[in-house]
Design a protein around this ligand. Sequence first.
Ligand code: MG
Length: 256
Amino acid sequence: MAARHRSDNPAICAITFDLDDTLWDIWPIIARAEERLHDWLKDHYPKVPERFSSLELRQLCADIALQQPELAHDRTMTRKEALRLAAGRAGYSEFHVDAAFEVFITARNEVVFFEEVLVVLERLSRRYSLGALSNGNADVGRIGLDRFFAFAINAVDVGAAKPEPAMFEAACRYLKLSPGRIVHVGDDPEHDVLGAARAGLRTVWVNRQGRDWPGGERADAEIKTLAELEAIVERWNSSTPPPRRPTGEPQERLGD
Ligand SMILES: [Mg+2]
């Protein structure tokens, strides 16, 4: 994606956000949700946790995604399939998979936001249309983010996961905006930055850990926390081009 001049960059009207590891740290939440599910299984189907640890159940999800690639984008379905498989192997001919999954998904939606997130989303939502684009099965309604987000699209809705263009295209259709008027913000270099850039969106890489960029065209901007986001979008939307960054730094296209 080549740097573009200011005249090629229409004003940003909308911002889409990845969820997991962008708005909250996902692995502690998944670990806690799996623990609660394991406790529930002990009470209701004890032979399952006797035979499978939480990590082994997680591995079953990954195995199913590999064995059934048509389900790989649907983390709800892969987890339900894993639970059914585990229950069968543990000797249960009947298993209430929806009840088990509900225990998991309830805990999965009890997120702990990174410190700045709610304040930033509240501010941005006054000026821009905000939306969620997630490969995971977080529920923005249950989490309470629907007060900021005009829409939420996940991989199941469109039948493909990021970095495929389908989710980004769905956001453009929903917003009735060309991709150049939308910025996508996320932590994953491939899913969020390269995928969104290939779909024509502007991109912001959320790099909380100070990781090295793994390669490929860099994001239009890189931030450590969402607190930096509003100023970046404002700068893109202002008439004054930003100063050029030194070579090797993330590009802000307007400067070239
Ligand atoms: Mg993420």
